[in-house]
Design a protein around this ligand. Sequence first.
Ligand SMILES: Nc1ncnc2c1ncn2[C@@H]1O[C@H](COP(=O)(O)OP(=O)(O)OP(=O)(O)O)[C@@H](O)[C@H]1O
Length: 568
Amino acid sequence: MKTVLRYLRPKAGIIAVEMCIKLAGTVVELLLPWMLSVILDEAVPSGDFHSVLVWGGLMVLCAALAVVGNVAANRISCATSRDVTHRLRGDLFAKVTRLSCAQEDAFTTPSLISRLTSDTYNVNQMIDRMQRLGVRAPILLLGGIALTLSLEPVLTLVLIATLPLLGAVVWFVSTRGVRLYTRTQAALDVLVRRSQESMAGIRVIQALSKGEYEKARFDEANAQVVDRERRAGLLMNVTNPVMNLLLNAGLTAVVVAGAFRVNAGHTQPGTIIAFLSYFTIILNALMMVSRMFVMYSKGAASGRRIAEVLNAPEELQSRPQPAAGGEEHIRFDHVSFSYGKVEDNLTDISFSLRRGETLGIIGPTGSGKSTILQLLLRFYDPDNGVISVDGKDLRSVEPAALHSIFGVVFQNDFLYADEIGANIDFGRGLPQERLEAAARTAQADFINTRAGGFGAELSPKGANLSGGQKQRVLLARALAADPDILLLDDSSSALDYKTDAALRRALARDFKDTTKIIVAQRISSIRSADRILVLEDGRAVGYGSHDELMRTCGSYREIAEIQMGEVE
Ligand SMILES: Nc1ncnc2c1ncn2[C@@H]1O[C@H](COP(=O)(O)OP(=O)(O)OP(=O)(O)O)[C@@H](O)[C@H]1O
C-alpha cells in the first residue's frame, strides 16, 4: 500500500478539497432528520405555520446542497483515481520494460500482463471508493451516533450494543478478503498464460486437431478462477445480509423500546421518527464501510502485486568495472552462465571478434547458441568471466546505450499489425531511403511488388506474410539503423538457398564495418564467416574457420557431411 500511497501524494491538495466538499455535504445531510424532529415536535404542535415553512425550506436547501456537494466530490474522486492509475500503469509498464530477463522469468509474462491490467483496475476502484466513502461513511456513522445520543441517549445505547458485532464482521471480512483476492489474482495469471499459449499456438492446435485438449486445459484454469472468485464472492456476499440482520435486530429493539418510552411520556414521536432516520443512515454508513473493505481487500492484494514489480531491484543498472582492455570489438572471456543457477547452460566460452568480422555459431538445439546472444545483449549477466564490447565490460555500460549499437533478429521475432515501413522503422523516425536500402540488403524486394509497397498493412504477427518474407522484413528492421553489431538468430532458416546466398553477399558488401554474429543451423549460412564456434551442451567443441574446423572438429565435419556431403 505504501507504493500506491506514494502515487496519491501529489494529489493530496485536490483530495483535501474533495474531502472538504464531501464533509460539508455529509454534515448538511446529517442535519435533515434533526430538522424534521424540530418541525414535528415543536413547529407543528405549536401551530406555527411560518416556522414549518422556514424549517421545510431549510431542509430542501440542505438536501440540494448535499446532492451538489456529493456529485462534485464524486467527480473529483473519479478524476483523481483515473490520473493516479494512469501514472501507476505507465510507471509499471516502464518498469516491466526495464526488468532483467531473469526477473521476467521469475514474474512470468502472464502475471506481468494481469498486473498491468486487472491489478491496476482493482487499485483504481479502491482509490475511487476510498475517496467517495472514506469521508462520508465515518462522518455518517459517528455523526449519526452523536446526533442520536443528543436526541435519545437510552435508545442510542441499544444501537451501540450492536456495533462490536458489526466491527467483528468487518475485521473478519477484510483480513480474509485480502488473502482470497490474492489467490484469485494468481489464478487469473494462470488463465492469462493458458490463453496466451493457446492464441500463440492456434495454428498448431488446429493442424493437430488438439482443440479439445486445449479447451480442457483452458477450462481447468477457467474453473480455478471461477472457484476462487466464488470463495471470495461468498465471503463478500454473506457480509451485507449478516450486517443487515444485526442492524435489523437492533432496529426492532429500538422500535419496541421507543414505543414504551413514548407511551411513558419520556420522549416524543417526532424524536423517534428522527431517531429511526438516523438509524437508517447509520445502517447505510456501515454498509458503505463493508463495501469499502471489499474494495480495499481487492485493491490491497493488487497493490501488493504491483509494488512487487515496481520495487524490484534495477538489476541491469550499470556499475563501474575495471576496463577489460583489448583491441577487439567483441570479446567473451571464459564466460559461464546458468539460467536456474543449478547447472551451467554455458561453460567457459571464449571468443573474440575485431570490428567488421563475422562469427558463425552452430550446434544442436539447446546447446546455448541463443544464450550467447542474450548475454551479449546483457539480458542476463554471466556468472563467471567477462563480456566486453570495445574493451568495456558490459556491466559498466548503460543498457540503453548498449542496445543502441545492436541490430537484432531473434528466433520467432514479432511484427506489428501496422504498415511494412512502420515495422522496419520501429518508431526510430528513419528516413524512407534507409528503410528502402535496408530492405534491398535484406533481399526484401517483394515489398515493392506488393500492393501498397512499404505502406502495405500487415496482419497481427505478420500473419499475411510467408515465413521467408517475415524473416526478410525483420532483417530489414535490424539493418535499417546501420548497427555496429548485427545479431542474427536463425533468421534466414526460411529463405531458399539462393536468397540466403544473396543475403550473405549483400551483408558483406553493404555492412563491411558491422561486426556480425550469425546463429545458424545450416553450414552454408556461416561457412564464409571469419570464425565459427561449434557448441555442444553449452561447451565450445570447435572454434576456427570452416576449413580449420573441417580438419579439426569431428562434430562440425559430421554436420557438414549430413548437410552438404562435403568431406575434404
Ligand atoms: N529463460 C530460460 N530459463 C531457463 N532455461 C533456459 C532459458 N532459455 C534457455 N534455457 C535453457 O538453456 C539451454 C540453452 O538454450 P538456448 O536457447 O541458448 O539453445 P539454442 O542452442 O539456441 O537452441 P535452439 O537451436 O533450439 O534455438 C537449453 O537447455 C534451454 O533449455
